[in-house]
Each structure stands twice: as C-alpha cells, then as structure tokens.
Design a protein around this ligand. Sequence first.
Ligand code: PMP
Ligand code: GLN
Length: 388
Amino acid sequence: MSRLVSRLDQFPETIFATMTNLAVEKDAVNLGQGFPDEDGPQSMLDEAVRQIRTGNNQYPPGRGFAGLRAAVATDRNESYGHSLDPDTEVLITVGATEAISATVLALVEPGSEVIVIEPYYDAYAAAVALAGAELVPVPLILDSASDSGWSLDHDALGAAVSSTTSMIIINTPHNPTGHVFGDQDLETIADLARRNDLVVLSDEVYEKLLYDGRRHSPIALLPGMRERTVTVSSAAKCLNITGWKTGWAMSTPELIDAVTKAKQFLTFVGVGHVQPAVAHALVNERAWIADLRDDMQRRRDLLMDGLDRAGFDVKACAGGYFVIADATPFGVTDAAEFCTGDLIDRGVVGIPVSAFATSGNAGHLEPLVRFAFCKREELIRDAIARLA
Ligand code: PMP
Ligand code: GLN
C-alpha cells in the first residue's frame, strides 16, 4: 500500500521528466522540456565561478543578497515602471517554482479555491494541492481571430469566482500556449480581483521573451492591484540558466513578509554564489538578453515553418518558449498517444498539451502538441528534417 499522502496521489512524475527520459532513451530530438541547450553570457558564468573561488559558499541572507534584490528592482522599474523597494518588496527564491509554492502556501487557506487558466503550468496544481486548497480551471480558448491565437473566456472566469475563491494564478507570456494576455484580459482579471478581494499570483517568467514588437504588461501596475498581486519571475529563461534555480517574488512589504514566512521553511535561503552573477547579468548584459529575444523569435519562425510544412496546423505564438501544433491533420485525436508513438518514432519529442489540463472540459486540447524552440537552430533543423 502506498504511503503517499492522498493530496499528492493525483500527480504522476512530471510530464517534462518523463518525456526527457524518453528523448534520451530513444535518441530523439528533445523539443519537449523547456530548457535551452546553450549557455548564458560569459561574464555571468565567470562571475559565478569567481564567487565560489572567493568564498561565497555559505548561506546567503534569507531574502537574498541585497545586490540581486536591487538589480531586480531596477530592472522592473526601468523595463515597466514597476517600482519596488528592494529591501522590503523583493524576495529571492529557489526558482520561480519556490516563489509559486511559497506564495500559495502563505496566502491560501485550506479548503479555499484557486482559479487557474487552463491549460496551466503543472506546478500551480501541485502548490494548490500542497496547501489543501481546491483548483478551479478556467479555459483559454483556441481563437483564430485573436492576435495570439488564443483568448480568455471572460464569462467563464467571472462565473468561476465563488465566495471561497482566494487567488487567481495567471501566466503571461503563457506556458504552454504562447498567449500574451492583452489589456482587456488583465483588466477583467483585475476587476474581479478587486471586487472579490482576491490575490493575483502573476507568473511572468517569460517577461523578456515577447515577439513581433509586443510589450510585456505587469498586472501589478493596474489601479488597485499593487496591494493584491504577487509577481513571480526568474533568471532561468532570460539568461539560459534553468539549472541555477534562481527566481524572485515581488509584492508589497506585507505580502512579501508572508511569502518569506513560508519560504524560510521550504528552503531557508536560496543558492548563494549564483546570486551576484545573476545581479551582474541583469545590470550589464541587457544587450545579450535583447539579442536572445531576437534569436528566439527567429527560432520560433523556423520551427513554425517546419511544423507547417510537415503538415501540422500550427497556432500563433506571441511569447515564451513554446509553439502549439494541432496534429488533427494526421488523424490524431489523442496527442499523448501520438507523442509516445508516431512522433517519437520519427525521432522528435513534444509534450501533449493535455498534460497541462485536468478539467473535464479540456477536450479541445487533446490533439495538440507543445514544441519548445529554446534550442540551437541546428537542433530545430534536425527535428524539422525528421518530421518532413
Ligand atoms: N512558471 C512557468 C510558466 C514555467 O514555464 C516555469 C518553467 N521553467 C517555471 C514557472 C519555473 O521556473 P523556475 O525554473 O525558475 O523554477
Ligand atoms: N518550464 C519548463 C517546461 O515547461 C520545464 C519545467 C520542468 O521541467 N519542471 O517545459
């Protein structure tokens, strides 16, 4: 008999781990798990090495090194006019993942409801389950008329709010769809949050990766939202350092105090030597980050074109690491089967979008596959050749 607690019973091994293991086993091109296959800026790597060599090897301060908190605050202010006090309004975490878990554990009471936009990143459901709360998914709908190919069902969102709702989790740019929430979406969410006294957890880990001239809009900047939003981001995606597990939560002093309470017993503190290196990069490697975005846009175009020529019905992608392709033209009705069958037999790994959904009304996601384009061009070309 399993000794696993029942609230974790519903979670299998993450789809990312499963598909990466399969990619290795079958020697397939891994366009599944979203991690880059190139390093970040050399000066950042050198700084991390220098930190280890010069004795930065013990616990950093609980909220993270002041230099990194200051760099995060300056970057948010200069990028979006999001002003933050680095001493009281920024908390460094072990990746965005810890920021998400700590925020949910600190601010959501057992038994209350948390709204997520489906398809949703898997860590949200796990954090909600760990907190003993209920997940309430609201759909993103495929919409060819929308600028990003998807649209939020505003009526369904309004209907999902109940007297026990305590939080809405949003993610823009969105994993897995590449949708970027428009002003109308953000205003609707903000309006619901204000009227129902909800906290918004805004996951903005892909904030630097918006394409075709789009600009990122933090929901925390809307009227009345600063005091009810916890914004989460990470160095992982903008600096090619998913393995450094360094992220941050940003909010009011009161909410950051609360999140810190949970964080201090999850990991106590973050990883030390990488923090000054991330701070260095946020200050000195802005051009590198902008070049990364331009490169990613080219890789997106390359992959979308290849998938299209292979016969997929490819959806629009406005930001992030991923593009969605509908496999219906191949007669596929279940992408989970397709990804572990025909697709991997061709030597390519993708992730079935159904892995990001749990509600009974997510049937429209069944034939969809998520492909990552945060990979070297050579690898993307190899995948395209295998699919041709
Ligand atoms: N949120 C989203 C939407 C993600 O795609 C990811 C995956 N990288 C994370 C959070 C986790 O970020 P981190 O690796 O910094 O924990
Ligand atoms: N965020 C990445 C993805 O969506 C990987 C995260 C993970 O492996 N947990 O693919």
